[in-house]
Design a protein around this ligand. Structure first.
Ligand code: BTN
Length: 305
């Protein structure tokens, strides 16, 4: 009902009477008032007078009803340990492809290579469930596709000079704006689902925990709404999703990457490699040319420019 009520209130800047809402929605006026009260409790500024209701302002909270076309597939929670855990449970239960779990804060946000991802209020933290049937080695393509689409969205919709650092960090002026973490389950030789968790510094200040972090608020003149960014990104992500499985995902990634063509360092759990980032293969492995000319194929690690 909240989705419908907001749709009606947003169509009109005039007051809408409780009677009108109740007749259009087929619910009692008391019920309309209960929904309005619940919206107010969630941060919506609704002017209520004897003549009716008027929506003055909405919070920047990604409630499911803020995504009318995706309502059934968005699970918004104020605080969770990690959106990855909720998404994994939903995926195992067979939730639809492109289900999204989004939270305002995370108590135990997870990063790559077993690190923590600090998830203060103001950031955008979500996990997309992809119900795919594909060989595990294609996972890199989907990750590259995701990073490329997010960089493209930030560049084209927000005019931000976003670049991708191998494998899928998004940087602005060399500072980390966004990180991605994937988890998958495999049955036999095929992936049954792949979940991609994305943490974007939007209106939070990441520098307290991550000196080399940056947020959109810190580098954009325009106020970025988390719910708007999520909606635009998901539309773009879904629209070209076929590319994700194809080799062309890598070409898209190359367009926005800032790693290739540099002398870089890769740190893994037990090794440090240095060399010239020559290329990536069709599944996203980095081809690192060492000083002796040998090519080292790197499949994971922390990349330092
Ligand atoms: C990294 O750069 O280390 C990856 C960070 C991934 C963070 C996101 S926030 C949403 C999702 N839930 C988590 O616990 N982690 C990912």
């Amino acid at each position: 009902m909240k989705k419908e009520i907001l749709q009606i209130l947003r169509q009109d800047s005039e007051r809408i009477s409780g009677e009108y809402l109740s007749s259009i929605l087929g619910i009692s006026r008391v019920s309309v008032w209960k929904h309005i009260k619940s919206l107010i409790a969630r941060g919506y500024d609704v002017e209520t007078t004897s003549k009716g209701y008027r929506l003055l302002a909405s919070p920047d909270t990604p409630f499911a009803w803020e995504f009318p076309d995706r309502y059934e597939k968005i699970h918004y929670l104020e605080t969770v340990d990690s959106t990855m855990d909720i998404a994994r449970n939903l995926a195992r239960k067979g939730c639809p492809h492109l289900t999204v779990v989004v939270a305002s804060t995370q108590r135990k946000g997870r990063g790559r290579l077993n690190r923590a991802w600090y998830s203060d209020k103001g950031g955008l933290y979500f996990t997309i469930v992809l119900q795919l049937s594909m060989p595990p080695q294609y996972m890199g393509r989907v990750n590259f596709y995701t990073a490329a689409i997010l960089a493209q969205t930030l560049r084209e919709e927000y005019g931000i000079d976003a670049k991708v650092k191998w494998p899928n960090d998004i940087l602005i002026d060399g500072k980390k704006l966004c990180g991605m973490l994937s988890e998958m389950e495999v049955e036999g030789e095929m992936v049954t689902f792949l979940n991609i968790g994305i943490g974007i510094n939007v209106n939070n200040d990441p520098t307290r925990q991550e000196p080399n972090g940056v947020s959109l608020q810190q580098c954009s003149d325009r106020k970025v709404l988390k719910k708007e960014l999520l909606a635009i990104f998901l539309d773009r992500f879904e629209e070209k999703f076929d590319l994700a499985m194809a080799g062309t995902a890598i070409d898209l990634w190359k367009k926005y990457n800032s790693t290739l063509g540099r002398y870089i360092r890769i740190v893994t759990h037990n090794d440090t490699l240095e060399g010239y980032a020559e290329d990536v293969d069709t599944n996203g492995a980095l081809l690192l040319k060492q000083d002796d000319g040998k090519i080292n194929k790197v499949i994971y690690g922390d990349c330092f420019h």
